[in-house]
Design a protein. Structure first.
Length: 191
């Protein structure tokens, strides 16, 4: 338990990103979990294995920047590996899937696109997904920033279509239910 709080708030889900570090087969971390470590053990896998069907394992934080209102978001991964083809890797988070939660927690390895004044509609989130998941915007982002880190400054600097166009591509995606890059490219090309 991190934070030393003996009565922490309970959470149903935690999205974590532990380090990927190879360790020796006879390392204490590997020998402590013999049923988990096969082949070349690594701390990432051990950390993930420790986190399954276990009760009362929570991360406690007072950092307000790691807590967000349970609203609709477009999540964008902040770091990608050099060998990865895409820089913009995104996912949709819809608050209606977790109506019982007032807050959610993310970590600093995820950027999130949010409506600053009012919550973004599902339609807007899906439309932004089409745009950010397209090859066109990924290539444009690579021109803005050659590194593997996706910064909010560059995301904010990217030109976007008008609101009606974003909602139009969204409606097409929501009807098709296909979320692939090629589908997003096709939808963006049609509009």
């Amino acid at each position: 338990m991190l934070g030393g709080n003996f009565e922490p708030k309970k959470y149903d889900f935690v999205i974590g990103n532990p380090p990927y570090v190879k360790i020796a087969k006879d390392a204490p971390e590997a020998t402590a979990m013999p049923g988990v470590c096969y082949g070349t053990p690594n701390l990432y896998f051990i950390f993930a294995a420790m986190g399954f069907q276990k009760e009362h394992e929570y991360v406690v934080t007072d950092q307000k920047g790691l807590m967000q209102d349970n609203r609709n978001y477009l999540f964008v991964k902040r770091f990608t590996a050099k060998e990865e083809r895409r820089r913009l890797k995104c996912g949709i988070y819809l608050s209606k899937k977790y109506p019982q939660d007032q807050k959610i927690s993310t970590q600093n390895k995820i950027n999130f696109v949010d409506g600053l004044i009012t919550e973004m509609s599902e339609c807007l989130v899906y439309g932004l997904y089409v745009i950010f998941n397209s090859t066109l915007y990924d290539e444009y982002y690579k021109i803005l920033n050659g590194s593997t880190q996706v910064n909010s400054t560059e995301i904010n600097a990217m030109p976007l279509p008008d609101l009606e166009s974003i909602q139009e591509v969204s409606r097409t995606l929501m009807k098709s239910k296909a979320m692939s890059e090629s589908k997003c490219n096709m939808i963006l090309h049609l509009h």
